[in-house]
Design a protein around this ligand. Structure first.
Ligand code: C2E
Ligand code: CA
Ligand code: CA
Length: 431
């Protein structure tokens, strides 16, 4: 095979992912490769959301800015207007990845001047290395993305993936313990209301899974999902969640509580060919219509295989499920995607919602997401609302539904009925 000269800048995500896989395969025992997920937090994010051609000009300038910090064999791709990924092959240790990150951060600390605009970046970087953290491209991106989110939560500029630490602190038998709980049908469900601001009522709730409360071990939901995904248990888990939710929703119906229940679908499940059939069978067992159920799918699920994902979403929509994009704003999709997918709702990630009180930029992002979603005819939910001030701002911005500790923590199904009754009794005065 003759070597083809390549640019550092890779035009397409799929090509980039192939390159990552090829590099992972090429890693030898003396080297590692690093993958960086960089959230740019551009000061002009709002303009970029609105004007695609403008975004391209900025991307070109951005590339010129960072190019001197890259080696010839490094690769770089724009995952979205606001996020880019780097592939740094053939490093002699993980520490060199951190050095590269310092170099990139230094380059990105200079603002760009384009036409009369000055654009600042406040990047946050997640680092994952192969073979240490993962050995396939999607897993590596997921782990680097998680590290980036942790860095954002902790106000750090970058973070190296912590999967190793988690693995070590994770009891060896956790996958087995999960399997045992699944086999006993032992998972528990909690429900968190979504408050509809216009009608001041509860039209829907989100179902959140919980590790059995009487179990000797304590396992956080994120870890449960993470391990279930890694050990091939997510299908069984989802099936159990579906059956429990449908059973409970059917009993609420009988008691006069009519709410749509939103269920989280793991991105991994979207690859499952028989998913629509599997969900349809559950509906039949409990004699419930698909319209009683909404499916929340995280934004990051959309990068995998666009053609397949689109077809699957249309199939789920055809069956009657409502569809929502979860964690919107953190992931990879641009607003252009919204036109392609048959979705009903956008959920703004709590990172932005909670950032609104201290960051003008987060406020602007939330405002423009609401505006654009409405332009596409979508309903907007803000999650993670804890303070009255945030609620009031969101109401002024025209947000449709609110979810968060301000109104209610996730609660057991038995409590939901009385909680909703109490809410409806007092909501007119309170809201
Ligand atoms: P998510 O879908 O983004 O769910 C929102 C998370 O934020 C939940 O955490 C919820 O309890 C928490 N939350 C709600 N209101 C507030 C608030 O006001 N402030 C703060 N700080 N947090 C709030 P939880 O229940 O631990 O779930 C974590 C993640 O696990 C979920 O994130 C979801 O991605 C996943 N998950 C939960 N249940 C399921 C499930 O049945 N299936 C699958 N595949 N994933 C699930
Ligand atoms: Ca969710
Ligand atoms: Ca979310």
């Amino acid at each position: 095979m003759t070597a083809r000269p390549m640019n550092t800048l890779v035009p397409h995500l799929t090509e980039f992912m192939h390159l990552v896989d090829a590099e992972i395969r090429a890693v030898d025992e003396h080297h590692v490769m690093a993958l960086l997920v960089v959230s740019l937090q551009r000061s002009d994010r709002v303009q970029a959301l609105l004007h695609a051609s403008y975004a391209q000009i900025v991307q070109q300038h951005f590339y010129e800015l960072i190019r001197p910090s890259l080696r010839e064999k490094d690769r770089f791709v724009f995952a979205t207007d606001n996020e880019c990924w780097f592939l740094l092959p053939h490093l002699s240790s993980e520490a060199l990845a951190v050095l590269a990150v310092h170099r990139l951060l230094a380059a990105m600390s200079s603002p760009l001047s384009i036409e009369s605009q000055t654009i600042f970046f406040h990047p946050t970087i997640g680092i994952a290395c192969a073979p240490l953290h993962a050995q396939d491209s999607f897993e590596l991106v997921r782990i680097a993305d998680q590290a980036k989110k942790n860095a954002q939560l902790n106000n750090l500029r970058f973070e190296m993936a912590q999967i190793q630490r988690v693995e070590r602190s994770r009891p060896d038998d956790l996958p087995q313990a999960i399997k045992a709980v699944l086999d006993e049908n032992g998972l528990e469900m909690r429900y968190q209301p979504k408050v509809d601001l216009r009608s001041k009522s509860i039209k829907s709730v989100e179902a959140l899974v919980r590790w059995p409360s009487d179990h000797a071990q304590v396992v956080a939901t994120n870890l449960l999902i993470d391990v279930a995904e890694q050990y091939g248990l997510i299908e069984q888990l989802t099936l159990q969640v579906f059956n429990k939710v449908l059973q409970e929703a059917a009993s609420w119906e009988k008691k006069g509580l009519h709410v749509v229940v939103w269920i989280n679908l793991s991105a991994r499940l979207l690859a499952l060919q028989q998913l629509p059939k599997m969900l349809e069978r559950c509906l039949n067992v409990w004699n419930m219509p698909a319209s009683a159920i909404g499916l929340e799918i995280t934004e990051s699920a959309f990068i995998h295989d666009i053609e397949h994902t689109t077809a699957l979403l249309f199939e789920l929509k055809r069956l009657g499920f409502r569809l929502s994009i979860d964690d919107f704003g953190t992931g990879y999709s641009s607003l252009a995607y919204l036109r392609r997918f048959p979705i009903d709702e956008l959920k703004i990630d709590k990172l932005f919602v909670q950032g609104m009180s201290s960051s003008r930029q987060d406020k602007q992002i939330v405002q423009s997401i609401i505006g654009l979603a409405h332009n596409f005819g979508l309903s907007v939910v803000a999650e993670g609302v804890e303070q009255e001030e945030t609620l009031n701002t969101l109401r002024l911005m025209g947000c449709d539904e609110i979810q968060g500790y301000y109104f209610a923590h996730p609660m057991p199904g038995e409590k939901l009925l009385t909680w909703c009754e109490e809410f409806h009794r007092t909501s007119m005065e309170r809201l």
